[in-house]
Design a binder for this molecule. Structure first.
Ligand SMILES: [Zn+2]
Ligand SMILES: [Zn+2]
Ligand SMILES: [Zn+2]
Ligand SMILES: [Zn+2]
Ligand SMILES: [Zn+2]
Length: 242
């Protein structure tokens, strides 16, 4: 059996890197912060993030949350939730709250979930995919004369996907709806993820040394190095390190 061998210090380095990534997200614009910049970032951003966390879910108004949006969940614009604006110094008072995409050249004005079956997006009634439609509000199709994305897909809750909306809410608003808010975490772009363990499979529930795992989509799993090392290659091969 093949084993991944990392000594303790390199293991810690990997864990530190994961923690860094989870906290900083995309905010370093692809260039690692220096230790000083990292400390400064945490000092400035974490208190505001804990206070102003936004929860993102997809469902029929008044119904259940059919899908909780996590950092890696794709938007209609094809970019991930973590690539949208998710941190606010002061949460704007207007609703719906817009979380524009921050990828250069993308004109997505707010995070908008498009249902997926497994890893595939559902098709529009025009047979084209979300990515074939404009990311600009209205979502007209680039491949045909379809005037806006409208999927005939019926969600697991029994309602058509068109009856659903992506809801962005504050902690108070979510509490008022009687939904779980989880505990405060310093990580970026947590979206609707609140309970880790409840969403996890057996071997992923090792919550040691502050390296927590989450499970965002049925098929998207991440793991810290300490988990990989404790699992057989069979289990490790089902864990995607990205
Ligand atoms: Zn985008
Ligand atoms: Zn987007
Ligand atoms: Zn269409
Ligand atoms: Zn089309
Ligand atoms: Zn639903």
């Amino acid at each position: 059996m093949e084993r991944i061998c990392l000594d303790k210090s390199s293991l810690k380095a990997v864990d530190d890197y994961w923690t860094y990534r989870r906290i900083v997200g995309e905010d370093d614009k692809g260039r690692l912060f220096t230790p000083e910049q990292y400390e400064e970032y945490k000092r400035k951003v974490l208190p505001q993030r804990m206070k102003n966390r936004l929860y993102v879910s997809f469902g029929v108004p008044g119904g259940i949350d059919c899908k909780l949006i996590g950092p890696e969940t794709q938007c209609f614009c094809t970019h991930r939730y973590k690539q949208h604006k998710t941190d606010f110094e002061v949460v704007p008072p207007e609703r719906p709250l817009n979380l524009p995409c921050q990828v250069r050249g993308c004109h997505c004005s707010t995070y908008h979930y498009a249902p997926q079956i497994g890893t595939n997006h559902v098709h529009c009634r025009c047979k084209h995919l979300p990515r074939d439609h404009s990311e600009v509000t209205g979502h007209s199709c680039r491949k045909c004369s379809c005037s806006g994305f409208h999927s005939p897909y019926i969600c697991g809750c029994g309602q058509p996907s068109s009856a659903h909306q992506t809801l962005v809410e504050t902690k108070l608003e979510r509490e008022a709806r009687g939904r779980p808010i989880g505990r405060d975490v310093p990580y970026a772009a947590m979206g609707g993820l609140t309970g880790f363990s409840s969403l996890l499979d057996g071997y992923l529930t090792l919550e040691t040394s502050g390296s927590e795992q989450d499970r965002e989509d049925d098929c998207q799993q991440r793991s810290s190095a300490s988990t990989v090392i404790q699992t057989s290659t069979k289990a490790a091969s089902s864990v995607r390190l990205s």
